[in-house]
Design a binder for this molecule. Structure first.
Ligand code: OAD
Length: 233
């Protein structure tokens, strides 16, 4: 019986909501150079291009609907007799829109803005612009509150604590190609948790998991949630 469940999610959990993944055929990184749109250097070189990229993603994410995988994870949080934490690499808010409350966005949030000058944060307008002012300090240094390559993901100390404490660590819809998230499975293994991957295909870290279920998130996730709830409640 698994009391403490930590779930890592990636783009694959939102794929069937119509939001593109990064590394699959036709994925975001086949159309854009991540150095241009997802690094501090790319933002310094051409902030307008970076805003355009995230403005377009914000529009798509706002139109998207949570799918059966998000809904099943929200149900797990309500019905499981133990802790459920979602650590997501996704910047969309589909877990929250499905009803999940314990969601930590380690790569930031598309719908939040950050002032690079004073670190104030606020709800992002749909379209962010170069000459937007920070509502706190008035600097024209606003950026999406997303974590770029070369920056440190959010809440890492707390995440490591929770992964170390997990009885069950489950990775859903992530290719396992971006660290530190890709390293959580080894930490969970080292701490004695059962580890499980739910993904369309084996990820780059597939061999590290004790168990794997392959298939679409909207199918494998609800089935797995049913099993956990039948087993533990
Ligand atoms: P990737 O695009 O690297 O991987 C998506 C994974 O989801 C792949 O392993 C697919 O096989 C799987 N997948 C696709 N469709 C699926 C479906 N319907 N059901 C289940 N699985 C499916 O995306 P991430 O692993 O999330 O970071 O990428 C990690 C990070 O790299 C992102 O957070 C982003 C990106 O660059 C930053 O921008 C900092």
């Amino acid at each position: 019986m698994s009391k403490n469940i930590v779930i890592l999610t990636g783009a694959g959990v939102s794929a069937e909501s119509g939001l593109g993944t990064f590394r699959d055929a036709g994925g975001v990184w086949t159309k854009y150079d991540l150095n241009d749109v997802a690094t501090p250097e790319g933002f310094a070189r051409n902030p307008g291009r970076v805003h355009d990229f995230y403005n377009a993603r914000r529009v798509n994410a706002r139109k998207a609907r949570a799918n059966a995988a998000h809904a099943a994870l929200a149900r797990l949080e309500v019905e499981h007799q133990g802790q459920v934490l979602i650590v997501t690499q996704n910047v969309d808010n589909l877990h929250e829109r499905a009803g999940s409350k314990a969601v930590w966005h380690m790569h930031g949030e598309l719908f939040r803005a950050l002032c690079a000058a004073c670190e104030a944060r606020w709800d992002a307008p749909d379209q962010m612009h170069l000459d937007d002012e920070c509502p706190e300090c008035r600097a024209k240094a606003t950026r999406p509150d997303v974590v770029w390559f070369g920056e440190i993901p959010y809440r890492m100390d707390e995440i490591y604590e929770r992964v170390l404490d997990a009885d069950l660590f489950v990775s859903i819809g992530t290719s396992g190609s971006v660290y530190p998230a890709a390293g959580f499975v080894e930490i969970a293994n080292g701490a004695g948790a059962h580890t499980m991957e739910l993904n369309l295909e084996p990820s780059e870290t597939a061999t590290a998991f004790a168990e794997s279920r392959l298939g679409k998130a909207t199918e494998v996730v609800p089935n797995w949630v049913d099993e956990v709830l039948a087993d533990t409640n």
